[in-house]
Design a protein around this ligand. Structure first.
Ligand code: NAD
Length: 248
């Protein structure tokens, strides 16, 4: 019960890492807003929680994080329904991979809009509620690609490096107001995001991981949990790499 009665907003909470995080946070006693533009999957998560008699702890909010108005409405709706906001997990993200020579402007802008602007909008509208209380935890999702770069991922690497810059800036701007801001940088995690990778490429990826396996969504959910819990009260502006020691 490390998050007992805390209110957590998880973007991209309907699938993959976010979905696992929603489940874990509810089990740890939090009230969770699952925010996503995938309404079908979001409702499925609620049904799962219902089956475990935990549905009173969760709501689904439809949002497009790349749209500032939609994000503002999401934050208002969560605060209205749960009365407060303690934790923001900026987890929604997409890839649109291509080599630089083939990357379209559309691919570039789509990824910037969701992964970079989305994190900015969510934090911009959520942080004041935490500052007002003098306490809060914001956790952003970078990637090992944001640290090291990766072939075919100019757009993605730019956003995930940008997330690190925003994390360290907000840690300085909000820290003295009682709000910590940290990031998790996952390696290769077994979700829909890597499901499209051909088997041969996947094997080559696994060989670069000293632990010789892909990460599981739970591995990242547990890192989010640590940073969202009181155990991390003195951790601010850090980037926690959860990648099995991956070398790229
Ligand atoms: P996923 O595709 O399984 O889940 C992403 C979720 O974000 C989906 O539910 C999707 O509907 C939602 N989403 C996408 N665009 C949205 C938008 N505009 N508005 C609202 N919701 C939106 O992916 P995942 O692997 O669980 O990724 C979660 C986070 O982890 C992302 O930020 C991703 O970049 C990061 N990450 C993943 C990996 C990996 O290997 N899977 C590695 C490093 C970082």
């Amino acid at each position: 019960m490390r998050l007992k009665d805390k209110v957590a907003l998880i973007t991209g909470g309907a699938n993959g890492i976010g979905r696992e995080t929603a489940r874990l946070f509810v089990l740890e006693g939090a009230f969770v807003a699952i925010a996503d533009y995938d309404e079908t999957a979001g409702v499925e998560v609620l049904l799962e929680l219902q089956a475990a008699a935990l549905v009173e702890q969760a709501i689904f909010v439809k949002v497009d994080v790349s749209d500032a108005i939609s994000v503002e409405q999401m934050v208002s709706s969560v605060v209205e329904q749960f009365g407060t906001l303690d934790i923001l997990i900026n987890n929604a993200g997409i890839t649109r991979d291509s080599m630089l020579s083939k990357m379209t402007l559309e691919q570039w802008h789509q990824v910037i809009d969701v992964n970079l602007n989305g994190v900015f909008y969510c934090t911009k509208f959520a942080a004041p509620h935490m500052v007002q209380k003098g306490k809060g935890k914001i956790i952003n999702t970078s990637s090992i690609v944001g640290v090291n770069g990766n072939i075919g991922q100019t757009n993605y690497a730019a956003t995930k490096a940008g997330v690190i810059g925003m994390t360290k800036t907000w840690a300085k701007e909000l820290g003295f107001k009682g709000v910590t801001v940290n990031a998790v940088a996952p390696g290769y995690i077994e979700t829909g995001m890597v499901a499209k990778v051909p088997e041969k490429v996947l094997q080559a990826m696994i060989e670069k991981v000293p632990l010789r396996r892909l990460g599981r969504p739970q591995d990242i959910a547990k890192a989010y949990l640590y940073l969202a819990s009181d155990d991390a009260d003195y951790v601010n502006g850090t980037v926690l790499e959860v990648d099995g020691g991956l070398v790229i």
